[in-house]
Design a protein around this ligand. Structure first.
Ligand code: FDA
Length: 501
């Protein structure tokens, strides 16, 4: 079905006919600002100049998503799904070009979680958060878990769409590796499950990035077994106490550790914080560290034992004794401006580079690096098994700059900081193309001509500039799938997959 020329009045009337009024918020609605800001996490996109949606549809049923898509196609208004609203570039609720009106289908109220302990599986709606999912699983069984991200307020919909990794990835791989079925609304407004959409489409939605292949309403997940007791530690090693040596060694050790253990690093100020989860007890955790990384000096008293769900709380909120119900808190209004970037490292970075990198953390207190090691199960999955191609990397780097001051000067200073640090690292990270993680979206890589409907400029070839860093050779297959399932490019945003015409 070709997308019609834009007719915003027709679109709003269509919604009025097909949806109950209580779930449609136009810009004239009193509650529009609070509905819009409900899940926004980044103050960069809460400004009077930010192009915001013409309408927000708060879906409470899959049929609402179908109606919104059909009205959008019929009246030339594109829709953007929003699950948890954590998109790093705000693409689930803002555009970069005010000339093209769009609507948001907000899925936050579609958040049911149905866990089946017997088959170790769960159906989860896209609007649930990771925290709600973890809480829901733990409520049914202390011996089941799910290997997804660390942030409890992250939405299931966007997270699974981009791959999703967390502290069990070395044992179990990506969150998207554990999706066994899904239900989505396609560009014709049809509700399709895995059998209905076909294997290519199903492949694309498990890591090809959100917002390109339809609106996924629900996901069926294969859960994983977790031990009754896990072990955790966090140790700080300041720069002046051999942090550069430890970072240099960490690159060799962390990707080669047994799959039951992950040792990630957060570099901030003049400090390297080593955080570790072990799917076993402290005796094994400390012995593994002593054997493979004695220089880190982890002692028995650094290690704590707890249940898996307590470890989720521990890493999310940096502490023990927090109530599990905290995982149900979707968070408050955005409290900071931020910008992130990412890299993949395949060759250990020399010590002198780590030493020179510390100066970036003197200049500006509010920035950090997160180093997430791969290896284990991550390295054993073929790079073409899902759209996420970076399986063979030693580790992922996330650059994260944040600030609280309003205004252009602060924005330029902090954006300059993160872009400069990213440039500083260029010689030492993956090349041809330099990789990036689609769930850490970065519009500096390049954008589609969101408003151009001619098809000529919004082409596959232009999009390779950002598509190949995210997906490498899988980008071409994603664009072929897109041509089959959404040939008119209805599901389009600044970094959606274009159809390979
Ligand atoms: P949001 O709703 O903004 O959607 C993101 C994109 O997906 C948008 O393009 C949107 O249109 C599309 N989309 C959303 N729902 C969809 C649906 N149902 N169907 C189709 N498309 C949909 N990542 C990680 O791998 N590990 C981690 O530990 C973390 N931790 C983390 C913490 C914090 C605080 C933040 C802000 C982010 C992370 N992330 C992360 C990154 C996170 O995985 C990424 O931003 C996800 O895309 C967010 O998903 P949401 O549903 O919240 O975003």
């Amino acid at each position: 079905v070709a997308t019609a020329p834009t007719n915003t009045t027709g679109f709003v009337s269509c919604l009025a006919v097909h949806l109950t009024p209580g779930i449609v918020y136009t810009q004239a609605s009193d509650s529009y600002p609070s509905v819009l800001e409900f899940s926004i996490k980044n103050l960069r996109f809460v400004t009077p100049a930010t192009p915001t949606p013409l309408v927000i549809i708060k879906a409470t049923h899959a049929s609402h998503v179908q109606a919104a898509v059909r009205c959008g196609v019929a009246h030339g208004v594109r829709v953007r799904p929003r699950s948890g609203g954590h998109d790093y570039e705000g693409l689930s609720y803002r555009s970069i070009d005010a000339a093209c009106p769009f609507a948001v289908i907000d899925l936050a109220a579609l958040g049911a979680i149905r866990v089946d302990v017997r088959s170790k599986s769960a159906w989860v709606d896209s609007g649930a958060t990771l925290g709600e999912l973890y809480y829901g699983i733990a409520n049914k069984s202390a011996r089941l878990g799910f290997p997804a991200g660390v942030g409890p307020t992250v939405g299931v919909g966007g997270h699974l769409s981009g791959g999703g990794f967390g502290l069990m990835m070395r044992k179990h791989g990506l969150a998207a590796d554990h999706v066994v079925d899904a239900v989505l609304v396609d560009a014709e407004g049809r509700l399709l499950d895995r059998a209905g959409m076909g294997e290519d489409h199903f492949w694309a939605i498990r890591g090809g990035g959100g917002g390109s292949f339809g609106v996924v309403v629900s996901w069926k997940l294969q859960l994983v077994r977790v031990p009754a007791t896990v072990a955790v530690f966090t140790v700080h090693r300041p720069r002046n106490r051999s942090a550069s040596d430890l970072l240099t060694k960490w690159q060799h050790v962390a990707p080669a550790l047994p799959r039951d253990v992950i040792l990630r690093v957060v570099v901030q100020n003049q400090d390297a914080q080593f955080e570790s989860l072990y799917l076993g007890r402290c005796a094994g955790h400390v012995a593994t560290m002593a054997r493979m990384f004695p220089e880190l000096g982890v002692r028995r008293q650094d290690c704590m034992e707890m249940s898996w769900i307590e470890s989720v709380l521990y890493f999310a909120f940096y502490g023990t004794g927090k109530p599990a119900a905290l995982l149900l808190d979707r968070g408050s209004k955005p409290d900071r401006y931020f910008k992130a970037k990412s890299d993949f490292v395949h060759q250990p970075i020399p010590r002198r580079v780590w030493e020179s990198t510390w100066s970036w953390f003197l200049k500006d207190g509010a920035g950090l690096l997160i180093l997430d090691p791969y290896g284990g199960k991550m390295g054993r999955v073929a790079p073409s098994a899902t759209p996420f191609p970076h399986r063979r990397a030693l580790y992922n780097v996330q650059y994260y700059g944040f600030w609280w001051d309003n205004g252009t000067e602060a924005l330029e200073q902090h954006m300059g900081w993160i872009r400069g640090l990213h440039q500083h690292m260029e010689p030492y990270v993956s090349k041809n193309p330099r990789g990036a993680y689609v769930n850490y979206k970065d519009l500096d890589l390049g954008v589609n001509d969101y408003c151009d409907d001619s098809g000529a400029v919004n082409s596959y070839h232009k999009a390779r500039v950002w598509g190949e860093p995210y997906f490498k050779a899988n980008f071409e297959r994603l664009a072929s799938v897109k041509a089959k399932v959404d040939p008119n490019d209805f599901f389009r945003n600044e970094q959606s997959i274009p159809p390979l015409r």
